[in-house]
Design a protein around this ligand. Sequence first.
Ligand SMILES: [Zn+2]
Length: 440
Amino acid sequence: MRAMSNAPSIDWDSYLDEAIERLCAFLRVDTSNPPGNEILACNFLGEILKAEGIDYDLYDAGNGRVSLRAVLKGDGSKRPLMLLNHTDVVPVEREFWDEEPFSGLIKDGHIWGRGALDMKGLGIAELMAFLTLKRLNIPLARDVIFFAQADEECGSEYGMRFIEREYPETLDAEFVINEGGGGSTEAFGVERPVYSIAVSEKGPLWLRLVAEGRPGHGSVPHDDNALDRLVRAMHRIQEWERPMTVSPVLTEYFGRLNRAGIYKGEATADALKAAAERDPRIRALLTNTISATTATSGIKHNVIPARAEATLDVRLLPGVRPEEFEAELTAVMDDPKVRIERVHVGWSDTNPFDTEMFRVMEDVLHELMEDAVVVPGMTVGFTDSSVLRNRGTISYGFSGGLTTPNVARGVHGHNERVSIESFRLNCQAVWEVTRRMCAK
Ligand SMILES: [Zn+2]
């Protein structure tokens, strides 16, 4: 990285040694969710903070579902920056792993363990930046908040949503660094580092359709069969042609990739809509998607069922409100005896990308890796950033990590690991962005 004239000098070898040691130890803390047991992660983080003389608060949602927050005070001339992470991880299927998932093992230049990518690696990069600001006694223009949340992987009911309900004042910040972004060694089949800074995400809307009708004998069909009603409603949903929306984020995303020679198609709205007809991954970025995922009905071959159910996994575009979508869906199904039940909901606003922090992130990534292409992005999965964006906070998915598509499959998959080189980049990027945003 280019030396900054006013930047404190960092001994990157020892910084990285410490970061690796802490990440390996953090990966040994089993916070599989369910049950989460994030109090173990809070004990781990709390001890490190205590040893550095940093106070912290715990937010206990019961049953070991605890989140931790610590603050370094600034002079208040700018609003806070939050380093956000979640401490829980998704469970493992041990039999498919080549190494013990909670070993924190280093092998072949990689740090192994559930959470290495999602997201204890970024959590430790944030912690290291936080500790280093304190150790170097750097005067801060804004508060820096380190917030380690519980329960992100199961919908945040005992983490971010609990905090928002009970302690909303703790979420006040101008900017947030969170998961959801990062680098890939290739995109659209072209090998070149592409970094996405996530400024929006799709919102999950999990719905159950319940059709009711009149039971009867299978030998005497009638037109109030619950299963028939459900099938008709599902058919209308399949035929529903939903409009495609090319948001400014996507125009910028594809435009930058096009100019870099990575995305070969044009980045105009019409061209992207045409591309979406052929490519389901592009379509998922341009529309509210609906996947039918389960259907159940009936008890016996010759009995007309009184009830039939199906589940839909709907993903809403940023800015689309769940109620609006449900009203449209009701009109499309056009059957008063098929009702919608909401199982899980989240939605996210879009953050602007013409901000000070976006520019700082771009600069830092380019300094770390000269030929990197940096794009604003939209994640199709969901993160705790949605809660913050909907409160008007700018929450970017950001990481300096650079991952091959093969290693990226470890997220929620098997053999999750992060290369030491990628982790080093992430530590440097998070430190540098945090310092530039906060130092006076
Ligand atoms: Zn995650």
